[in-house]
Design a protein around this ligand. Structure first.
Ligand code: PLP
Length: 378
């Protein structure tokens, strides 16, 4: 098994040194600073591990259930604290999927499941989200793809990169499909809490014994540097298998990540932080919608949740060429080309990152670069 690089990460690696002056399409809220938490941190805290539990600090795991609305459905033992949602997905997929098993995934989607399934030697069935259908997950096509060989269904809700959203009924339908095949249903909820067009659907870990919910403090709270996330599942073996794999990679959680995430998820901090993230996100998306409307030939399906979406470039323009042009002088602006998501004529736009990313400046430069590219191609 060797994990191979995906085009999305390849692009990030190739562009790390570019020192852009603006970033357009950031997926997380503006990040708090360490000083925001110092009043609640005991300076005599040992920097050993948490010394309490291999699955993570119990108080943090209780907050995780609370914010997911799972307090009455799941127990603290059903929660494993991980190095971000990325590690949670990694542990679940690597331990539950075997060579030859079928996994059903979505495209466009977060590439991690595909990368890992390829490394495992699993059989991948991709369900295409179509722009003409608002990028909505086509449950009828997904149902056709599920067979008795299906071992796992992996989807993101809200979806990265389109911002599409599943309803409670749709999550329930996914559960019945997975259950009829005896398959695991992993729903990555890393963007949860930022729903604009509809309520947050119930987390699958609360309604299906083979349901796995993954998430983290990275996105709505902007705390991605803490590398703190979770895997929630009512199946004790699935959690234990993840603990066993983690013991052979990062062993334990980093204690500062756990401590700060626990503070950030305390209701008296979490609720106002989410309110701020939501009001800023909504206002910035309204600006983005107006900006897109003013760009000749540029269109998008506005995200129904989260801070990012895919926009179609004018005149069938190539996203790689455009993204690299934009990154170079005189524009010095970073965005992700849609090629990273099998959508070569789209770009990922978004409003995250707070003041640090100079979004307004970036959009002005995208406007100029678009006009120039259109006139060159015409
Ligand atoms: C859908 C999805 N899952 C997981 C991750 C990884 O997040 P984390 O920082 O929690 O590991 C990302 C990051 O962009 C994501 O978009």
């Amino acid at each position: 098994m060797k994990v191979k690089i995906h085009t999305l990460f390849q692009y990030l690696l190739e562009t790390t040194d570019a020192e852009p002056e603006a970033i357009v399409g950031f997926s997380l809220s503006g990040s708090p600073v360490l000083g925001d938490y110092l009043d609640a941190i005991d300076p005599s805290l040992s920097l050993d591990w948490n010394n309490r539990d291999f699955k993570g600090l119990p108080e943090l795991r209780a907050h995780v259930l609370q914010q997911a609305g799972l307090k009455n459905q799941c127990k603290i033992e059903d929660v494993l604290i991980t190095g971000g949602a990325a590690e949670a997905n990694f542990l679940a997929i690597m331990q539950l999927l075997q060579p030859g098993d079928e996994i059903v995934i979505e495209t466009p989607g977060w590439p991690q499941a595909e990368v890992l399934a390829k490394a495992i030697g699993a059989k991948i069935k991709k369900i295409e989200r179509l722009e003409s259908e608002g990028w909505h997950l086509p449950l009828d096509r997904l149902r056709d793809a599920v067979t008795s060989q299906t071992r796992m269904i992996f989807v993101t809700n809200p979806n990265n990169p389109t911002g599409d959203l599943l309803s409670a009924d749709e999550v329930q339908e996914l559960v019945s499909m997975a259950s009829s095949a005896g398959a695991w249903l992993l729903i990555d909820e890393v963007y949860a809490g930022l729903e604009w067009d509809g309520p947050r659907a119930p987390s699958v870990a609360g309604i299906y014994d083979r349901g796995i919910t993954t998430g983290s403090v990275s996105k709505a709270l902007g705390l991605q540097g803490l590398r703190t996330g979770w895997m929630i599942c009512q199946d004790p073996d699935a959690i234990m298998n993840a603990v066993i794999l983690r013991e052979n990679s990062s062993e334990i959680m980093n204690v500062m990540g756990e401590i700060i995430a626990e503070i950030a998820l305390r209701p008296e901090r979490y609720l106002p932080a989410m309110e701020k993230a939501r009001s800023e996100g909504m206002a910035n998306l309204a600006e983005m919608n107006a900006w897109i409307d003013s760009q000749p030939g540029l269109t998008w399906v506005a995200p129904r949740a989260g801070l990012i979406g895919l926009a179609r470039l004018p005149n069938g323009m190539d996203s790689d060429v455009f993204a690299r042009k934009l990154l170079a002088d005189p524009y010095r602006t970073f965005l992700l080309p849609g090629s990273a998501y099998d959508q070569p004529n789209h770009i990922r736009l978004g409003v995250g990152g707070g003041a640090a990313v100079n979004l307004r400046k970036g959009l002005d430069r995208v406007s100029v670069a678009l006009r120039e590219s259109v006139s060159e191609s015409g």
